[in-house]
Ligand binder design. Structure first.
Ligand code: BGC
Length: 722
């Protein structure tokens, strides 16, 4: 008779119970192991599968995963391996797959549909490679810009991050995990990792439980609601307790309170770090016990965990029931994905960067671009422009444009790799569109980003002098972004500032294009350039989309999801600050950020009027609708991102001066007025009170609607909750 666990007509829970009852302790602990393929030899990898039944590998591609899966199928119970990869903005560790804009760039589109589609495309390409799981999305809050991983975030706002989290998770996981083109999402890094003190990666996060609940938890709650299959525990500690050792965060809040049903994987060697870095455990036995008891289900790249955990269960120090719970969670997902039915073992490489995927990518890239300044309508470029000088270290640098987590940087750095996909650097995009219009383009790199030498600036200036307009492409580079690459100084580095000053003195219109992982402190650029465009890490099509914007074929419609500082000493500058005494300001810095959250220009203009709430008195269980008239008063059709903010006028604890609670991106034709309706569930106005309870406190709320987070730009209406 067929064994129950092999019978796919049976419910997952029965199949899991059956296989668990047959498994040895070694087989169970094996399922909890995630082995890094890049860090073991082939012989060791084989042993991990055949002798210790490893449940998962990370960073294997194509053929290697098929080889390992084949070995697993020959083990006693033939439990399939689950393969994870950092497909962070596309399946980009694989040279040949679609490279999307970074999460930060894509968030500036404020287009959740396109973000979902990017997730779908990534899922298809990851699945086509025989892999099952991406360690994405990053739901850290990007508030300390010194942190090296800001590029991986969806920006600074918990609500917006939650919206994009749900969207990209839907995209990755598709309609059903059992579909052959669905992959598992992984919400990370749970919790508070983005705000480790001083922006120093993996250092302690100093946050109260109230702040944890109010600021860091909301996007993860949305991930659970969206059915996210896995979570990754952050590296760092919160107020001295490492997340991977925190029963409160993993078991009590995530699994019990939020009802998360999937499994938790640690981050890279979190279990070892309890001993080596965080020093809360003296040896591997202690660290393994803590990790299991806290609620980590899968252990990433701490290979010593295996022997220690087997011993802990055999000697009764850790109850087998705890291990069973972890293994049950892992196996449930393997069954739900249909892995036992040998899903997905052949490569379908025709999916990689296919025309349909490129088209989705291009749409998202276009909408991710943010126009920050456009003095005297410098842009779009007019028919009088016959010669363009493209100058700067990021004009023709695909590595800086891609940003982190691509085949250039991971898992084994390969800075000299040659992309197997068609890529558009900024220069290539401008050249292509210019040549179709008979415009000449001169290019000079001008200077380096990591080296202050100025010799080539004079030549670059010569080149600029011969043109009608100068497009300077500056920013940062891969060495300044990513894990362990936190920066104290957010100025543009190398000789870039000098280069810009010299270009300015040529007297030609100066358009600055920023290619960077995160906001830099660029007050000189904001003051002196005629036009400024932010592209962040725009991926393989950045140059194509940029050129379309420069020539007006695309009207820019992105807005910032993160605030820009004047200076790194001015941090934090996020918009949803708490009200403070003395105006929250330094005596030697402006009070406001250089560019605020929600800000971005278009080639047309929008006027807001007539803010009306469907109810001005309501109860905590109501949903109201805010409607506002938005008129396109310019000459071009455009897209506008209408934003709704709320403020709790008097509350039992100090609450932010304003918080985003809704938005809509709408297309409005020149001269047209649209009435935009944004729903607001009153439960969204809940705060976490002193006793860690979520409550909507009765009283007055201010509802604000407008084009960005600046007070002076917002229409206001009063709402009373009874
Ligand atoms: C990072 C994670 C990543 C993991 C696997 C860690 O260093 O913090 O975000 O998913 O490595 O590559």
């Amino acid at each position: 008779m067929q064994e129950i666990y092999k019978d796919f007509s049976r419910p997952v829970s029965e199949r899991v119970q059956d296989i668990l009852s047959k498994m040895t302790i070694e087989e169970k602990i094996g399922q909890m192991m995630q082995i890094s393929f890049a860090n073991v030899s082939r012989e060791e990898a084989e042993e991990w599968v055949t002798k210790r039944f490893a449940g998962s590998f990370l960073h294997t591609l194509g053929e290697d995963s098929r080889w390992l899966q084949d070995l697993a199928s020959q083990t006693r119970l033939s439990i399939p391996i689950i393969f994870g990869i950092d497909a962070i903005h596309g399946h980009a560790l694989y040279n040949g797959a679609t490279v999307f804009p970074s999460q930060l760039a894509m968030s500036c589109s404020w287009n959740e549909k396109l973000v979902e589609e990017a997730g779908r495309v990534t899922a298809r390409e990851v699945a086509a490679d025989g892999l099952h799981w991406t360690f994405s999305p990053v739901l850290c809050i990007g508030r300390d810009l010194r942190w090296g991983r800001i590029n991986e975030t969806f920006g600074e706002d918990p609500y917006l991050i939650g919206i994009f989290a749900a969207a990209i998770i839907r995209g990755y996981q598709g309609k059903s995990l059992s579909d052959s083109d669905s992959i598992l999402a992984c919400a990370k890094h749970y919790l508070g990792y983005g705000e480790s003190t001083g922006g120093r990666d993996s250092y302690d996060t100093q946050a109260s439980i109230r702040k944890v609940r109010e600021v860091f938890l909301p996007p993860f709650r949305e991930a659970v609601k969206a059915g996210c299959a896995t979570f990754m525990a952050g590296y760092q500690s919160i107020d001295g307790t490492p997340v991977s050792a925190s029963k409160k965060l993993l078991r009590d809040i995530l699994k019990e309170e939020l009802g998360f049903k999937g499994f938790v994987v640690t981050d890279w060697n979190n279990t070892g770090s309890l001993i080596i870095n965080q020093k809360v455990c003296g040896n591997m036995a202690d660290a393994s016990r803590k990790a299991i008891e806290a609620g980590n289900d899968m252990i990433m790249s701490t290979n010593e965990f295996y022997d220690a955990a087997v011993e802990l269960v055999k000697t009764g120090v850790v109850s087998e029931a705890l291990v069973d719970e972890a293994v049950r969670r892992i196996l449930s997902i393997k069954f739900a994905m249909g892995l036992f039915e040998k899903k997905n073992t052949t490569s379908k490489s025709h999916a990689f960067a296919c025309p349909e995927h490129i088209e989705t990518n291009l749409k998202l890239t276009r909408e991710s671009i943010v126009l920050l300044k456009n003095e005297n309508n410098t842009l779009p470029l007019g028919s009088n422009v016959k010669n363009i000088a493209v100058i700067g270290p990021n004009a023709d640098c695909i590595k800086a444009q891609f940003g982190d987590w691509t085949f250039f940087s991971h898992p084994v750095p390969n800075p000299d790799a040659i992309p197997k996909i068609p890529v558009h650097t900024m220069l290539k995009g401008i050249e292509e569109l210019s040549s179709s219009k008979g415009i000449h383009v001169f290019y000079h790199k001008g200077c380096d980003i990591m080296n202050a030498a100025e010799e080539s600036i004079a030549e670059a200036v010569n080149c600029a002098s011969a043109a009608d307009v100068v497009i300077a492409v500056v920013g940062d580079c891969l060495d300044q972004n990513g894990e362990g690459k936190d920066r104290a100084d957010l100025n543009i580095s190398g000789a870039q500032q000098k280069l810009l000053e010299k270009l300015r003195s040529c007297g030609k219109p100066l358009i600055v294009v920023l290619v960077n992982g995160k906001p830099l402190s660029v007050p000189w650029i904001a003051q002196n350039a005629d036009a400024v465009i932010e592209t962040f890490n725009s991926g393989m099509l950045g140059g194509k989309a940029l050129a379309e914007v420069l020539f007006g074929e695309v009207n820019p419609s992105g807005k910032l999801t993160i605030s820009f500082p004047y200076h790194s000493g001015q941090l934090p500058v996020y918009y949803n600050l708490l009200p403070g005494w003395h105006g929250n300001k330094y005596m030697d810095m402006p009070e406001k950020p250089l560019y605020p959250f929600g800000y971005g220009l278009s080639y047309t203009s929008f006027k807001y009027s007539n803010l009306i709430l469907s109810k001005t008195r309501c109860s905590a269980s109501d949903t109201i609708v805010a409607s506002v008239d938005v008129t396109n008063i310019g000459k071009l059709d455009g897209k506008e991102i209408v934003q709704l903010y709320a403020n709790d006028v008097v509350s039992s604890v100090v609450t932010p001066i304003k918080e985003l609670k809704g938005f809509k991106k709408v297309e409005i034709k020149a001269g047209e007025t649209k009435t935009v309706q944004i729903p607001l569930e009153i439960s969204q106005l809940a705060i976490c009170n002193e006793n860690e309870q979520y409550v909507v406190e009765p009283g007055e709320f201010l509802i604000m609607v407008g084009p960005d987070s600046r007070d002076e730009m917002l229409l206001k209406a009063s709402l009373t909750v009874e």
